[in-house]
Structure formats: structure tokens, C-alpha cells
Design a protein around this ligand. Sequence first.
Ligand SMILES: [Zn+2]
Length: 433
Amino acid sequence: MNIPEIEFRPKEEIKHFQENKLKIALQYLQENSPFYKRMFLQNNIDIRQIKMLEDLQKIPFTEKKDLQLYNDDFLCVPKEKVIDFITTSGTLGDPVAFAMTDKDLDRLAYNEKISFLCTGTKPDDIVQLMTTIDKRFMAGLAYFLGLRLLGAGIVRVGNGIPELQWDTIKRIKPNTIMCVPSFILHIIKYAEEHGIDYRNSSIKKVVCIGENLREQDFSLNLLGQRIKEKWDVELYSTYASTEMATTFAECKFGCGGHHHPELIICEVIDNEGNIVENGGIGELVITTLGVEGMPLLRFKTGDLVSFHTEKCNCGRYSMRVSPVIGRANNLLKYKGTTLYPPAIYDVLDNTPYVSNYVVKVDLDENGNDEIIVCVGVKGIEKSKELIKELKDRFRAKIRVAPEIEICNADDLHKTIFPDISRKPIKFIDKRKK
Ligand SMILES: [Zn+2]
């Protein structure tokens, strides 16, 4: 069913294959990208000297703020060639524009097709899309295009509205759901409250995006476990972003998102910008391949990951990306401990009476990180005891206890799943100046 042959080739062959693609990508940037043309000139970079993947280290990184400051200079085609206009959140406030040509939409469809194939999705499957397809997002459209190319059935329900989700499952009998994992807990809760026998529904599998399902050793994290305990569906994790225009999807062995060598080059770097070798943790840096509208070269994603390079049980040699450990700029320093927000999520995901939560971070008057966790629970009469109990849980798991506010779960739900966001908003960082 045309899974790309290159994913099953030995590591050295994949590297060589990528180096050929890199040459073409660099040539394209040199000819068409105002931003990179300028960068090559200012840094005396002769692209003919960039032959091996290691040579990429001679090229400066592209940062999120570059996208914001020089947004138009990243576009490599005349505006008339753009078909789909997209935005992604910028670091300086305003959204950043992304643009896709006809060819880019084909590439995106191909990317999702081979990513769904990786999760074992087949042409005779029916997939219910519980993700937003409009609102200037890339993802929902990408899933639609990819599944269409694969030949699978698609129901575009969009995010939210559990009632409509269950009505659709009853009527159309899809066997697969595509959504953010915490939304699964939400529709389970709805089913329980409305007497829907979800365990015997047509759904057999959930392909997830936007949140981790696994720990670094690939065992299910507490969110994954909580879903699995309630509902014995197959769970697949995927990782993607607008800037990458590429997906890393798990195969059935669930041990990291598989790399598609023909679509993207990946590096992991440390704080000083040096390459991290041998599976160490660092920030993911990507170079897109085959992108026409807004290709990126050595773009710092901000996501902390590690690479797994040993052959997968599925037969692929293509590298696998670990679950995202955190955002490089989301590091919290709290009462002498350094931690990333997922460590806080883990404690909350493992607390049965917590319906939902939002973690807020700000600076206190001394410039130190201040963490406030808003916890949504049903009924708030005994909030004092609850806060004490939660703080003890935090101390037991991560040694420190953040400030806790008890909130109404339904109100909090509106904060977590606002109409304008594709991913659930669980982390609000007010530290940025
Ligand atoms: Zn695999």
C-alpha cells in the first residue's frame, strides 16, 4: 500500500538519500527565498559546500522570531501561487502567516497518507475527525487530504460537541477517531453521563495529536493509562506542527514517531546549539524537504525530544522521535527544582477527582517563577482539604507543590478548548515580556 521503501533501508542509505534531497532544497532556497538568500550572503555560506548532513552545522538556525519579523521574506513563490493561507501562533504576539501552494497540499496529503499508513490505517477504515478543519489551521485539512489520498472514509465532525460526536459514531459507525487525547476523556465522560455504551461502539482505534500519550520509555503515561482503563481502544500517538508540515506517527509497536526521510531532516541540539549525539535530549531542529511555499532551513522548533535510531520491530530503520519532553522555553524553576509542565500534568492526570486543569505561570515580585494550577472538580465544598491533598500528591511526585485553585470544571473546559485553538490549552505562560 505504498509505504515508502526508504524507511526500511539501512541508516547510512537514509543519510545519503537525505543528502541528495538537501542539495535540491538548498538550491531552491538560494534561488527563491529572500530570507535565506540574505542569510547565505551575510554569513558567507556557499551552499555547494554543504554536502553532508553534518555540514548543516555551518548554517545558522532559523528561529520562531525570524518567522515573525521577516514573515514575507520566507515566501518563495508569488502570492498568486498560494492556494491555502494558514497562520500559526507567533512568539511576539501576532500570528505568523504560512502559505501552501498546490504542490505543498499534495506533499501534505502524501505526508498524512504515509503517517496514517504507519498507524495501520487502511482504505476500508472510516475515520472520524474530531479536529478543527478551518480557522486557518493546517492539521484538520491535512488529515482530510491524507485520508482521501489513502482512500479511507472520513467524517468531518470537528472539535467539541460530544453529543454530535456520539450521534455520528452511532449513525456512520467509524472505527477510528482522530483527536487530542484529553478530548477522549471528555467524550467518555459524556457517554457515561448519557448511558451510551461506548465500550461496544464501532470505535476500535484512536489516533492522537497535540498531547503526549507515552513516557520516555514508551509505556503509556497517566493520560494514556486513564483512557485505556476506561476504554480498551488502540492508541497511536502522532507529533506534527505547521512549520514542519510533516508528521511523526507511531507504528503499532508504539515506540516513537517514525521519521519520513523524504520530507524532513531532523537534528537535536543542546543549549549552545551543538548537536546532541546518541539519543541525548535536546531541541528538535528541522529542515523541510520538498516544500515550495515556505520551506524552512534549520528551524528551531522549541520542542525537546530525543532520537531513537535502532531498528524498529516493524522493520523500519527510519529514526523515531521520543514523546515531546517539553518546550525549550517552558522550563520552570520552582522552589529550587527545575521541571517542565508535563511533569505537573502527569500528577493531575493521575488524580481521579480532577476533571480538567490549567497550569498558569507568572513571575512573582522577585522575578521567580510562580505556578498556579487551576483544577476543575465536580462540587467544591471541601476545597481546603482538597487543596491539601493535591499539594501532598505534588510533593510526593515532583517534590514541590504549586499553588492550587479549585475551579468549576465546566467553566475551565471553555478555557481549555476555546474555538480558536487546535490543541487543548493546558499551559498559560505569562512570564514573557
Ligand atoms: Zn515501527
